[in-house]
Design a protein around this ligand. Structure first.
Ligand code: SAH
Length: 237
């Protein structure tokens, strides 16, 4: 009679351990895919910033894509996230992150939260990330996802990011992950001294370039960099 609880306890233990092993090996599988992504797509293409590489190795990109695309999360391409929007290609995320020169005490504004992946990468490195998403459903999903994954230092807002986020300005880094034919003036105004703004500029679905804008002595210096293709920056009515 007395052995029964012991047996059930043992059984429970085995079931619990087996369940955990399964979860662990799944996570191991994704960690291995992430390592391969970082080696072949990020480091092989010239990204050197250790903080950027560390963040790309850590953030579980497969939890930022729709469930049906989970096995493609570590491919060298952007992926659809619904509402005609995409999560950017891993290399582009790493490239823009490195360009922003992120470090611990910096305050970031991101325009175009999308899945929340770029925000999570930055949040691994900097103090706080404020991010604005114009499609309310995406803003809500990203906010919940980031909270679930423990990114308490990311603040998501639904709205038109063209006007920036005055209450929290100035920002050390402003990253725009949607393209327009010019850099919005309000964003340049909300950039801190020595702050860096990174944004794709160019006509929709044609040649766009990443621009780096740096504020020096209150003046903006712009540099045109890599050719890219981003979804358009939308405007609210
Ligand atoms: N950074 C995202 C991908 C960006 S896709 C990620 O890591 O997943 C571009 C996003 O910008 C889309 O979600 C789109 O809805 C959003 N967007 C477009 N125009 C915007 C605007 N004016 N303000 C805020 N978000 C905007």
């Amino acid at each position: 009679m007395r052995s029964r609880p012991v047996i059930s306890f043992c059984l429970l233990f085995i079931v619990f351990t087996a369940g955990n092993t399964k979860i662990l090996s799944q996570e191991d599988k994704y960690a291995a895919l992430r390592k391969e992504m970082v080696n072949k797509q990020i480091v092989a293409n010239g990204i050197r910033n250790p903080l950027t590489i560390k963040a790309m190795l850590k953030v579980p990109r497969h939890l930022f894509v729709p469930a049906g695309l989970i096995d493609r999360a570590y491919e060298d391409s952007p992926l659809p996230i619904g509402h005609n929007q995409t999560i950017s290609q891993p290399f582009i995320v790493a490239y823009m992150t490195e360009l922003s020169r992120p470090s611990k005490n910096k305050k970031v504004l991101e325009i175009g939260t999308g899945s929340g992946y770029q925000a999570a990468i930055l949040a691994e490195i900097v103090d706080t990330v404020y991010t604005i998403e114009i499609i309310p459903e995406l803003a809500r999903e990203a906010s919940q996802r980031l909270a679930r994954l423990g990114y308490g230092n990311v603040v998501v807002k639904a709205g038109d990011g063209y006007v920036g986020w005055k209450e929290h300005a100035p920002f050390d880094i402003i990253m725009v992950t949607a393209a327009a034919d010019h850099i919005p003036e309000p964003l340049l105004n909300q950039l801190a001294e020595n702050g860096r703004l990174i944004m794709p500029v160019g006509p929709p679905s044609s040649a766009q370039y990443i621009y780096l804008a740096v504020k020096k002595n209150g003046r903006i210096e712009k540099t045109r960099l890599a050719m890219v293709r981003f979804v358009p920056l939308l405007r609210s009515q």
